[in-house]
Design a binder for this molecule. Structure first.
Ligand code: GLY
Length: 373
């Protein structure tokens, strides 16, 4: 794979099309990119308490160059903020500031900030605009692109939400410098996923450069983010609302992962990206068991995830339990339809496909064998 200088990706969705700008140091140039998105000279910014400390001051200095100021709503940091009470507080704040449909809300933060801001943008006055400035790797390569917005409910994660595409996405890989190592690794799981879905070349690129990526090599980070965003944009443009099955490929590892997250209480014990990593390794080993995939590919997947310090089995995920218990969690997955669970399987690295014929009893037996490892 060659390093490509192009740093603008367009999500081709006709009247909802938008650009994603990617560049080291972009946050410091946000003034030029955001001045058209301000109301008067003010931006309505939604962020969280972590980002407020580490990144917001840099953002405010950047926009000040264009004479802009930010009215800022601070969410508590963490998944618990994706709830009805914070949504109510945020929408009240937006209405208090007379947010109008033509306004652009700015989501400055990780997936939680992007998800709740996008959902607020969808419902306030039946739809405002919003801009995503993702500050975690997972948000940069996955959740900021594609318009999935949501909050959690007592019944599960992301069950109250809407598709609402942003108007613009700004990605500055330099902001990852303040991200805890564990969160960087969790985002890397979603990066690896793009190679596993349909790009053996990108998977190989990740294998070759994993150490440089985690050592902070700016060029490699930018290239890996750029490739991931291009892949996500292509998939979203092909199947915006997950109707045709193309976007469902992004769920590789997520059904096993969902069960592991449920088993660990959807808590910091196992981050979403960590669960996806273990879930992808399990999907590969299950595909080997079915005779669909060769063992060498499954071993390569485990080796790359291990190099990124990600879990690849039930024990490392802290979720050793019976297969029956884990498959019971799977039946609460929002992908269940008519009592059956579509499952992502693989024929090899870069060859993911959707199967509607997976037998959950067999998955339970497989997970029982995994629990012995
Ligand atoms: N994160 C999966 C999707 O955007 O469809």
């Amino acid at each position: 794979m060659t390093i490509n200088p192009e740093k603008l990706v367009t999500v081709a969705l006709a009247e909802r099309a938008y650009d994603i700008h990617i560049g080291a140091g972009l946050l410091n140039r946000a003034d030029a990119l955001l001045k058209d998105y301000a109301r008067g000279n003010r931006l309505l910014v939604i962020t969280d308490s972590q980002v407020e400390r580490h990144i917001l001051p840099r953002f405010e200095s950047a926009i000040a160059k264009a004479g802009l100021t930010a009215e800022t709503f601070i969410l508590p940091s963490g998944e618990a903020a994706k709830c009805w009470s914070q949504l109510e507080a945020l929408t009240d704040w937006l209405l208090h500031h007379h947010a109008e449909r033509s306004d652009y809300l700015i989501a400055l933060g990780g997936g939680v900030v992007g998800d709740i801001t996008g959902f607020a943008a969808h419902i306030v006055k039946r739809g405002c605009n919003f801009v995503q400035i993702p500050t975690t790797l997972l948000a940069q390569v996955d959740s900021s692109v594609g318009g999935k917005t949501a909050i959690n409910s007592k019944a599960g994660k992301n069950l109250i939400g809407a598709f609402h595409q942003p108007a613009l996405v700004l990605i500055d890989p330099n902001v990852l410098g303040s991200l805890p190592g564990r969160e960087l690794a969790a985002g890397f799981a979603e990066v690896v996923k793009y190679g596993l879905i349909d790009s053996p070349e990108f998977f190989e690129f990740c294998e070759t450069h994993v150490e440089r990526f985690f050592a902070g090599d700016a060029e490699i980070r930018e290239e890996i983010i750029l490739h991931s965003v291009r892949a996500k944009a292509r998939i979203v443009a092909a199947d915006e609302t997950e109707l045709s099955g193309v976007r469902a490929l992004l769920n590789l590892g997520h059904t096993f992962g969902h069960a592991l997250e449920a088993q660990t209480g959807f808590s910091d014990r196992l981050l979403h990206g960590e669960a996806v990593a273990a879930g992808m390794a399990l999907a590969f080993r299950y595909s080997v068991r079915l005779g669909l995939c060769n063992e060498a590919d499954a071993t390569r997947v485990t080796a790359l995830l291990t190099a990124a310090k990600l879990p690849t089995n039930l024990c490392e995920a802290g979720a050793v339990t019976s297969g029956a218990e884990l498959t019971a969690h799977m039946m609460h997955d929002k992908k269940v339809s008519g009592g059956t669970l579509p499952f992502l399987l693989v024929k090899g690295i870069g060859q993911t496909f959707l199967s509607n014929e997976v037998d959950l009893g067999d998955i339970a037996r497989f997970l029982d064998s995994e629990a012995q490892k």
